[in-house]
Design a binder for this molecule. Structure first.
Ligand code: PLP
Length: 365
């Protein structure tokens, strides 16, 4: 008997395996440092706005996220007509893939790139082409070499998750200049708020001056609204028009929209979070290196640490050891990084406990 058959590519996607629920020793407080969430939560003003929205849950949201697009436009100096909001940037990435990819096409992502890219690519029947990285960093020449006449999208998280590395704006521009003009370059700026480097740019100038580049961003990280699912994209008018045609008419809920407006307007909360992250990222990087472990230099709100392969010192054993102490880091086997762990910068207490835990792990095993 015949039965429904998924479209080509769908069954090639590895099923998503959710992170294990950690079971620490009794009496241990649990610190979740595995999903790059902020330890501060959202701005209190965002929580207030969210509560206000509870009074009108019977009404459909305004379908174009107008108030949010206008707030984003004010903060970043953009034309609100060239912004699309989505249920997380995940939705935006999938809408882009759905708009520009079909069976037989190719999309390029990097060796340790964000896992949503291959899912969005393969979910639309296209082939996921992997470009090698150099020192856990996107390599523009490797990406350009991977281009074929079938290439339609290049996905680039800058900074990248889970590596924490970035490429300077000059390199992003060199990538754009080297790509055929029909190839869409997607710059994912989820962690841009944490970067303070003179040679880094979020990509607004490139989007504004080309017809084939978009920038995506999220409220899930520094704004602390991951639970509400809000992301956005800035793009050329013709791309905004195309994507809007398949976007669900009410894809962002009113409470999410209003909380995000309050969050993006609270620059004090953002600055505090950024300063904390920078201080503790530097401290953690240095302390972990003192223990003899390699740490990839990060500009984001997490660090990638690398473990030896000898028994007793492996990443998997360190993960288990820390989990028993209630310290939940992220194992990265599905990112082809079995010897590494990713740690989100947490509160001072959490950060100190991880370093203490790693010291004990390295010393006692
Ligand atoms: C966390 C993250 C996002 C944000 O995804 P949302 O769907 O907006 O929560 C986007 N890109 C990268 C690389 C991320 O790590």
């Amino acid at each position: 008997m015949s039965r429904p058959v998924p479209n080509p590519g769908i069954l090639d996607i590895a099923p998503y395996t959710p992170g294990k629920t950690p079971v620490p020793e009794p009496g241990r407080k649990v610190f979740k440092l595995s999903a790059n969430e902020t330890p501060f939560g959202p701005s209190p003003k965002a929580i207030e706005a969210y509560k206000h929205a509870a009074a009108h849950l019977e009404d459909y949201p305004e379908g174009t996220s107008k108030v949010l697009r206008e707030a984003i436009a004010r903060v970043f100096g953009l034309d609100p007509n060239r912004i699309i909001c989505g249920a997380g940037s995940d939705e935006i990435l999938n809408l882009l893939a759905h708009t520009y990819l079909s069976h037989g096409d190719e999309a390029i992502s990097t060796a340790h790139g964000f896992l949503v890219y291959p899912i969005a690519t393969m979910g639309n029947g296209a082939r996921n082409v992997v470009a090698a990285e150099t020192n856990f960093t996107a390599d523009v020449d490797a990406i350009l070499k991977a281009v074929t006449p079938r290439t339609k999208i290049v996905w680039l998280a800058n900074p990248n998750n889970p590596t924490g590395t970035y490429i300077p704006f000059d390199e992003v521009k060199r990538l754009r200049a080297g790509l055929p003009s029909n190839v869409l370059l997607v710059l994912d700026a989820a962690y841009s708020d944490y970067v303070s480097r003179n040679d880094y740019e979020i990509g607004i100038e490139l989007v504004a001056t080309t017809e084939n580049t978009v920038m995506t961003h999220t409220f899930s990280k520094i704004h602390g609204l991951a639970a509400l699912r809000i992301g956005w994209m800035f793009g050329p008018a013709h791309i905004v028009d195309a994507v809007n045609r398949i976007r669900g008419p009410f894809n962002v809920s009113t409470p999410a929209m209003l909380a995000a407006v309050a969050a993006i307007e609270d620059s004090t909360h953002v600055e505090m979070s950024k300063a904390h992250t920078e201080t503790w990222r530097n401290w953690i990087t240095e302390e972990i290196r003192k223990l003899g472990l390699k740490v990839t230099p990060s500009v984001a709100n997490f660090v990638l640490m690398h473990f030896p392969t000898e028994k007793g010192k492996t990443a998997a054993e360190a993960d288990a050891f820390l989990t028993r102490r209630g310290l939940v880091l992220r194992a990265l086997n599905n990112y082809q990084l079995p010897n590494s762990l990713r740690m989100t910068i947490g509160t001072e207490e959490a950060n100190r406990l991880v370093v203490e835990g790693l010291r004990d792990f390295m010393g006692t095993t």
